[in-house]
Design a protein around this ligand. Structure first.
Ligand code: SAM
Length: 214
């Protein structure tokens, strides 16, 4: 998702109390407990878009701390606006390319990772940029605690098939795989819809999901 460039979005982000600034980002590994002021587990969404999913989770689960990570300022701005409308003490945002994720969290510092409707990067030569690729799984392997899990949802079958194929070579395994999330009553019990999920499921697209661990 890349919204039209919004004038001043970088300035708003730089001044927002909800965003951990780029200037201090690489000093953050191992300090997230201090940043939140408590030692609750930290859960992150990579590529959060406009932030509906993580804002809802943070509201429903004050027992966790949440961090939404988004590459584009114009998109992050929408998540900031949601926080301005309803402030939550257990949610922070980072504007960054997730390629650098291991520079922001200490080994094992993250309790859970969410990927939702990640960009498909359909060309083979761009496979490394896909967030569920083996290159990214190797990064998640560093920051995610030993018994932590990663949840991934998408409506893109080619991306989902690719993501499933990446698991074994990357040393991960699936705890759950479904090719029809919305038809699974048990999995839907605690499902939180994302903006893309609402859009594509309303068009009749099936939603695919896995939950993986090492
Ligand atoms: N997760 C949201 C949802 O389900 O509604 C947004 C999905 S949108 C298709 C994917 C988002 O991931 C975009 O906002 C994009 O900018 C962001 N993104 C893609 N690659 C990224 C990366 N390497 N680091 C951080 N954000 C990324």
């Amino acid at each position: 998702m890349r919204l039209r460039n919004i004038t001043g979005s970088r300035e708003v982000i730089a001044q927002s109390p909800f965003v951990v600034g780029e200037d201090i980002l690489f000093q953050c590994p191992g300090t997230w407990k201090e940043i939140f002021g408590n030692d609750r587990p930290v859960r992150i969404e990579i590529g959060m878009g406009k932030g509906r999913f993580i804002h809802t989770l943070a509201k429903e689960h004050p027992e966790y701390n949440y961090i939404g990570i988004e590459k584009y300022s114009s998109v992050l701005l929408r998540a900031i606006q949601k926080m301005e409308a309803e402030e939550l003490p257990n949610l922070k945002f980072i504007r960054m390319d997730a390629e650098d994720i291991v520079k922001v969290f200490a080994p094992g510092e993250v309790d859970r990772i969410y990927l939702n409707f990640s960009d498909p990067w359909p060309k083979d030569r761009h496979a490394k940029r896909r967030l569920p690729s083996r290159e990214f799984l190797a990064r998640y392997d560093v920051i995610l605690k030993k018994d932590g899990i990663l949840e991934f949802k998408t409506d893109n079958r080619a991306l989902f098939d690719f993501a499933v194929e990446e698991l074994e070579p990357a040393g991960w395994r699936a705890q759950v795989i479904t090719y029809d999330l919305h038809g699974d009553e048990k999995l839907m019990a605690d499902n939180v819809m994302t903006e893309y999920e609402e859009k594509f499921s309303s068009l009749g697209n099936p939603i695919y999901k896995y939950v993986i661990c090492r």
